[in-house]
Design a protein around this ligand. Structure first.
Ligand SMILES: Cc1cc2nc3c(=O)[nH]c(=O)nc-3n(C[C@H](O)[C@H](O)[C@H](O)COP(=O)(O)OP(=O)(O)OC[C@H]3O[C@@H](n4cnc5c(N)ncnc54)[C@H](O)[C@@H]3O)c2cc1C
Length: 323
């Protein structure tokens, strides 16, 4: 593995809204800052249609907000390189970040790797992924103009993205309960939309296709056990999220499900390792909360490095005196 020579003050892993904000705060504090990202900067914002709850914008497309955040983040000298981080090794006061064939040395690291969509785990889901099965309305919605879609789930993402999809298609939301979990304003919008219908108390048991693309879903009503087959051209799945934290599990900083545990200053149990945004154990996973976490972590990383410098300088002075 090739280790880069430079020693960074801070390495931020993941360039979603949390990671970008952390990099902005760190670089603006004059810390040498590296942003490592394995995809396109923006994280989940790139998969979001419209954002209506980020202050400053009445409404903005997710990818546009991502681009604007990236521009403002990079203005203070942070570096950004591609990297898929597989491991963090603690080496005294240094943290070594392993990403593919390269490793990077840093004093502090901020983990901002977000979360990913839970799968339904039913027959047909893998086979038709990308051929009618999707987890991203903004990416794939336009392929379904004039078609029929099933959206699975009852939370914010399912109902919001389901409503968004009605600009292209008729949408049936299949939910395992008899009421939605989504915020009231999102529910009201869906109930008022004539192109949204609901199948309550039901599970999708199978996604059917013709070998090439999705043709329908098999649905079971949990109260009556009745099985019905509904003809649809696509299935959008929003049934929960899981943390992107496999690379950090051996550090012992996660809970049983893999969410990273921090205090209110975004500090994990390991000094110099911070975690922010959706990957963190917390209640509200939003752009605003990721951004707030990022500001706090960037600021605390600065304080941590100041302390570290003071500690090293004091140790050096003590050693010289002893000589
Ligand atoms: C469909 C949908 C709609 C949403 N709508 C809204 C909304 O309207 N308003 C709102 O406030 N929130 C919304 N959210 C939630 C919001 O997008 C997230 O809460 C927010 O993006 C979390 O930010 P983050 O920085 O923690 O993580 P993410 O945005 O998930 O970014 C994490 C980044 O880390 C990178 N990464 C992961 N692992 C590694 C690794 N090992 N090495 C390198 N890079 C890695 C990923 O590629 C990604 O770019 C929505 C989410 C979804 C899925």
């Amino acid at each position: 593995m090739e280790q880069t020579e430079k020693i960074y003050d801070v390495i931020v892993i993941g360039a979603g809204p949390g990671g970008m904000t952390a990099a902005l705060y760190a670089s603006r504090s004059n810390l040498s800052t590296l942003l490592l990202e394995r995809g396109i900067p923006g994280g989940e914002m790139n998969n979001t249609a419209e954002v209506e709850n980020y202050p400053g914008f009445k409404s903005i497309l997710g990818p546009e907000l991502a681009e604007r955040m990236y521009e403002s983040t990079m203005q203070f000298g942070a570096e950004h390189v591609y990297g898929d981080v597989k491991r963090i090794v603690v080496d005294g006061d240094y943290r070594i970040i392993e990403a593919g064939k390269k490793s990077y040395k840093t004093r502090a690291v901020i983990i901002a790797t977000g979360s990913y969509h839970r799968k339904l785990g039913v027959p047909g889901e893998e086979q038709y992924n990308g051929r009618g099965v999707s987890y991203c309305a903004v990416c794939d919605g336009a392929f379904f103009k004039g078609k029929k879609l099933a959206v699975v789930g009852g939370g914010d993402s399912a109902v919001e993205e389901g409503t968004y999809l009605t600009q292209f298609a008729d949408v049936n939301i299949v939910h395992r309960r008899d009421e939605l979990r989504a915020q009231k304003i999102i529910q009201d919008r869906a109930f008022k939309n004539e192109k949204v219908s609901f199948t309550w108390d039901s599970f999708v048991e199978e996604i059917k296709g013709d070998g090439q693309k999705v043709t329908g879903v098999v649905i079971k009503n949990k109260n009556t056990n009745e099985i019905t087959e509904k003809a649809v051209d696509g299935v959008f799945i929003y049934v929960g999220i899981l943390p992107q934290s496999d690379a950090f599990r051996d550090l012992g900083i996660t809970d049983e499900e893999g969410w990273i545990i921090t205090n209110e200053h975004m500090e994990t149990a390991i000094p110099g390792i911070f975690a922010i945004g959706d990957v963190r154990q917390k209640l509200l996973r939003q752009i605003t909360t990721a951004v707030g976490d990022g500001g706090e972590a960037g600021n605390r990383a600065f304080a941590y490095i100041e302390d570290l410098h003071d500690r090293l300088a004091a140790a050096e002075a003590a050693a010289e005196t002893a000589d």
